[in-house]
Ligand binder design. Sequence first.
Ligand code: GLU
Length: 285
Amino acid sequence: MTVVTRFAPSPTGFLHLGHAHSALAGWRRAREAGGRFLLRIEDIDQGRCRPEFEAAILEDLAWLGLDWDGPVRRQSEHWGDYRAALAVLEGQGLIYPCFCTRREIQAEIAAMQSAPHGPADTPDGVPLYPGTCRRLSPQQRADRLAEGRSYALRLDMAGAIRRTGPLTWTDELAGEQAARPERLGDVVLARKDAPTSYHLAVTVDDEIQDVTVVTRGRDLFEATHVHRLLQALLGYRVPVWRHHALLTDAAGKRLAKRSDAASIRAYRAQGRSAAEVRALAGFPD
Ligand code: GLU
């Protein structure tokens, strides 16, 4: 089977060394296996994504010496694919509209803090969605829809797990994993401002693009439990994953897009060569 990997940046800023590491990890994995390396632009957050950042990403990747196969897939051009997947899940009775604002969710969680068990957290320390809108009666739901209130769509996690039963998935570096999607709770599958969410779009795209090895950073390890569940619900093929370690700065702090992490642009402006920047990104020639 041909190995197919991908790099899937969001055009919300310039690429930095951490992105270069991720892109090189996916590119190397594909090229060493004689496989295909794809580029996908994850631009569902239309408020934060900018065409000029996308152009800069393509240019920086080419400057680094990376090439990709086939056309670039831009998520904002494929809303229909995500709607079709949502329709399948809706048919399974596994999604519900959530009208909560961020503030309402915070208030509910704060109220739970005084309760004996308190709110549960995801592995990243974010409180789980308390399930408020899952418990609405059909009438309450209809009233809110009739009022024209905006809503997201959430997955009924417990119902989804009942449907699929236990699942496993494999990471090339960390080995076989028992899927534990319940730790992320009733995740959002369609945002209020877009007919998809990160979890849904990435799962649909990896299937449509025939990705066989999902290469990405360790920070998305927990999300994979949810993606594995969505694949089972949607009848998709199951790739393997390769979550690479995250690059850190000299102080051991993770490089993040919005910190002062050195952008590839900045290194270019300093006159560094592509080989030097590849080495800084953890891939010496
Ligand atoms: N778009 C995500 C990011 O910029 C990566 C998603 C993925 O590789 O699954 O971090």
